[in-house]
Design a binder for this molecule. Structure first.
Ligand code: SF4
Length: 229
């Protein structure tokens, strides 16, 4: 059985810390975030690309690339995620998984089989605003469980939060407190998708919030800052 793939980036130098990698995008998501830039692949009718040419490419590039990032959409919704990772591992790649944290059991299973080398989980908002930012009904028990699983995984990991305009600095701090003790926390600048979307927090505000988070939980890196608006 094949894993469904909606997109493939052959080379990236930014998606796996310190490693040249390829990025595989799986279709579908169980959230519908207010800022999602992957709307074209989270829909049920997302166009798919065949798995075999992707695997053939990865097999040929083994040694030149050292990692494969599986992103989405939400990869943990894919029934054949494990089989895909097993194939990729036979080529010698490290594997990073990007997730929204809604499927802790999938994370536990993959970690239990030593199939992951890095995990990046999005944290969207403080608990009371999670549904608003995810634009869907989110099971917070699953989110909390994933955070615990990842923090205790013993593998490199990061949590990242997009600083949506609907969130205040206190919201960002409360979100960061949920993952206190993590390896790395990234605060990402929000990017409007169109002219109707609300404006982003200014770069100065994002930096100030990043500093407040670093004081609160011990680490925070700001990324994605554009010019002052
Ligand atoms: S979790 Fe990620 S892929 Fe899913 S809707 Fe939100 S931003 Fe998009």
């Amino acid at each position: 059985m094949r894993m469904l793939i909606a997109g493939f980036q052959k080379t990236s130098f930014v998606d796996y810390p310190g490693q040249p990698c390829a990025v595989v995008f799986t279709p579908y998501c169980n959230m519908n975030c207010v800022y999602c830039h992957n709307a074209h692949i989270i829909k049920h009718d997302a166009p798919l690309i065949p798995e075999e040419p992707v695997l053939e490419y990865l097999e040929k590039r083994a040694g030149l690339l050292s990692a494969v990032v599986i992103s989405g959409g939400e990869p943990t919704l894919q029934q054949n995620l494990e089989a895909f990772i097993l194939r990729v591992k036979t080529f010698g790649y490290k594997v990073k998984l990007d997730t929204n944290g809604t499927k802790p059991q999938v994370l536990l299973t993959l970690l239990g089989k030593n199939l992951l080398d890095y995990i990046a989980m999005d944290v969207k908002a403080p608990e009371e605003k999670y549904d608003v930012i995810a634009n869907s009904s989110v099971d917070m028990d699953s989110i909390r469980r994933s955070i615990t699983v990842i923090r205790n995984s013993g593998i490199p990991h990061e949590f990242r939060m997009t600083y949506a305009p609907q969130l205040t600095q206190e919201d960002a701090l409360e979100t960061a407190r949920m993952v206190r003790g993590c390896d790395r926390f990234y605060l990402q600048q929000y990017r409007p998708r169109n002219e109707q979307d609300p404006l982003a927090h200014s770069p100065a505000e994002v930096l100030k919030t990043g500093e407040a988070i670093a004081r609160e939980i011990g680490n925070c890196t700001v990324r994605g800052l554009g010019p002052e608006q």
